[in-house]
Design a binder for this molecule. Sequence first.
Ligand SMILES: *Cc1c(COP(=O)(O)O)cnc(C)c1O
Length: 359
Amino acid sequence: MSRIYNFCAGPAVLPLEALEQAQRDLVDYQGSGLSIMEMSHRGKEYDAVHNEAIDNIRKLLKLPEDYGVIFMTGGATAQFSLVPMNLLPEGQSADYTNTGAWGSKATKEAKQFGKINVIANTEKDFPTRVPEVASLQFTPGAAYAHITSNETISGAQWKSFPRTAAPLVCDMSSDILSRPIDVTQFGLIYAGAQKNLGPSGVTLVIIRKDLVEQVNPKCPVFFRYKTHLDENSLHNTPPCFAIYMLALCTRWLLKIGGVDAIAQINRDKAAKLYTALDASGFYKASAVREFRSDMNVTFRLPTEALEDQFVKEASAKGMKQLKGHRSVGGIRASIYNAFPVAGVDALIAFMKEFEQKNG
Ligand SMILES: *Cc1c(COP(=O)(O)O)cnc(C)c1O
């Protein structure tokens, strides 16, 4: 077996332990004689998996009783509409921060549902950044405020979060469970699974339970958070296999010490890379220092031709998917929870070698 160093921004690297467990379980789930993909989502085997996934999330995030865990489908992209459909009553407005490609998409979609106040816009800033928390001016009476905790494409990350009067809604797709957070600062958190939680196909929603009660009567039953919270995410057939994988990935995270332990590892991995970038006159980090993402490390080389060559040569050495998103160019090393420290060391060694040859 030979596993590459997979720097893909998503779907991203998964813990090897989780993949190996899935492989063992694949055709005969724990002596049941069938795969987890073939069994009823209302049977006792799947039920245990489903509830373990929810419990693991509760433990990892230290969720208070008044917060619920929901599994949905449609990715974070579906949440761009579901959030305003559920939380933006007619005649009210919501505050949005546009901090990059994802913040922009969330904002654009929300505008279809009501009045949106864009209270900060750093989308086009380079070096990339997010706003200073202290500079934010929230709109009195707004139904909620929306932020994107980590801009996966540009590589800018909020390092602290505002305390808001209205519920704070956060797209945490690319850094959930990567560092400790105080959940009580948020009304709703959503995250597509394929960066830091498991494979694509399931979307995690954490919601303060009182927020599901103000249902917009025009919202279809399936699209109401209340439906899924009340029915323990079993209103209809859930993405069983994706949830099973999420259970394995979160089990792995609990085993290695949970969010505090992984946060230390993540900080160390990112710091090593940024230190290497800063020590060189050849590479240039793309984010403002205080907002540099620990998950998506973005940087530039002196020319695009050198960037292409860098990506090609790294790939030949088993370091794959380092090409930055087509909308911003450059290099992006996505180093989520499951990305090994050895892969970061390998990249740094390659960067030094490449600079020596081409610098
Ligand atoms: C990947 C990503 C999305 C989109 O997720 P889908 O599951 O493809 O809908 C949205 N927001 C952020 C921050 C992301 O990283």
